[in-house]
Design a protein around this ligand. Structure first.
Ligand SMILES: CCOC(=O)Nc1nc2cc3nc(NC)[nH]c3cc2c(=O)[nH]1
Length: 373
């Protein structure tokens, strides 16, 4: 068990990397998918199940937890790992993105963001320093800088000013983070859909010598080719021997194409949220269990899966649960979806080690395109 934060590059295949992040609370095998545990829970899952599916790390949302139950309260109760019974690494976001998408009446200035809670209307001030303080109170292993995710499309000078603000906040967060052995603070590359601004952001953050780098400001509705073009510009401008985390991504296809461009870590609400809405992710593509065509289909989602939710329940039963609004429907589909995402990541890790990522990616795409025979 290490007392420090170390990233080791174990193998590469083109721009893709197979690595390991070793931390005091455990090792993260990369490429890695981080299930989103917004308010200290991966919705509809027990934490033991999340672990059994192969997740090495989960994501917690600062915005939600600071509003309820409150960061100081979580600290008094022993921190988020103890509170939520997840003893492995946790990455927390800085809350910036959620403030801009969830809070009412938010104001952004050099100082930070001021907003009214969407729960009880209380006004909160979140400076870069306070964001890091909150993440420390939660006991977060990987803390994110406070940043501004500019909405696209935007004028170049708006993107530039926003990117430069995030850089100043990165510096303030690094100072506020100080020296927390075994923990890390990641910078967040911004710059919208402008390659030159993206490279400037990546190079400036590299100069701060942080433990890892996130790519933010993407997966905000831009076409996939735009997102991938930004990765083609950013990844070569980031240090080879530090982890790269693409925020909010994505579909299985997004993940494969991003791994091929050098991304190591992902988080996305898709598998959990879609599961609660009746959608199953499988190696044959997406299956919408709300659709009446499943009403008498006695086949499971995937007879070859080692996940009981995929292997042991008929589509007819899942369709019934979803139509009836039964809690078990969301539970089984979330279980299936997270299982599929973790098996996707395991397959990518194996393919990079074996130097056959291109063939593996083609086989995956063929399976998704073949659809659900
Ligand atoms: C997870 C760390 O988040 C932050 O602290 N800031 C941040 N979060 C983002 C989350 C995003 N989710 C999506 N798509 C679903 N795009 C995102 C961008 C950011 C971001 O720029 N900055």
């Amino acid at each position: 068990m290490t007392q420090s934060f170390q990233f080791s590059l174990l193998a590469t295949d083109g721009a893709a990397r197979r690595g390991e992040v070793s931390m005091p609370r455990g090792t993260i095998r990369t490429p890695a998918f981080m299930p989103v545990g917004t308010a200290g829970t991966v919705k509809a899952m027990y934490m033991d199940q999340v672990r059994d599916l192969g997740a090495d790390i989960i994501l917690g949302n600062t915005y939600h937890l600071m509003l309820r139950p409150g960061a100081e309260r979580v600290a008094r109760l022993g921190g988020l790992h103890e509170f939520a019974r997840w003893p492995h690494p946790i990455l927390t976001d800085s809350g910036g993105f959620q403030v801009m998408s969830l809070a009412q009446l938010r104001k952004l200035s050099e100082k930070g963001v001021t907003f009214k809670s969407h729960i009880d209307g209380v006004v909160h001030e979140m400076s870069p320093e306070r964001s890091i303080e909150i993440q420390g109170l939660l006991g977060s292993d990987i803390q994110m800088q406070l940043d501004e995710c500019v909405a696209l499309p935007a004028e170049r000078d708006v993107i530039e000013r926003s990117m430069e603000l995030s850089l100043r906040w990165a510096d303030r967060c690094k100072i506020a983070f100080g020296d927390q052995p075994g923990r890390a603070m990641f910078g967040i590359v911004q710059g919208g859909d402008d390659e030159a601004l993206r490279v400037r952001s990546a190079e400036a953050l590299t100069g701060l010598d942080l433990k890892g780098y996130a790519v933010g400001g993407l997966a905000v509705g831009e076409p996939q080719p735009v997102m991938l073009a930004m990765l083609d510009a950013v990844c070569p401008a980031l240090p080879q021997h530090k982890p790269r985390y693409l925020m909010g991504v994505g579909t299985p296809d997004d993940i494969v194409k991003s791994v091929q461009r050098g991304i190591d870590m992902f988080d996305c609400v898709m598998p959990t949220r879609a599961g609660r809405h009746g959608l199953a992710y499988t190696r044959h593509g997406k299956i919408n269990l709300r659709n009446a065509r499943h009403a008498e289909d006695s086949r499971p989602l995937d007879a070859e899966s080692d996940c009981p939710a995929a292997r042991d329940y008929s589509r007819a039963y899942l369709h019934h649960l979803v139509k009836a609004g039964e809690a078990l429907g969301g539970m089984l589909l979330t279980w299936n979806n997270l299982s599929y995402y973790q098996s996707l990541m395991q397959g990518l890790r194996d393919a990079i080690e074996a130097g056959r990522l291109a063939d593996h990616a083609a086989a995956l795409a063929e399976g998704w395109a073949r659809g659900d025979l």
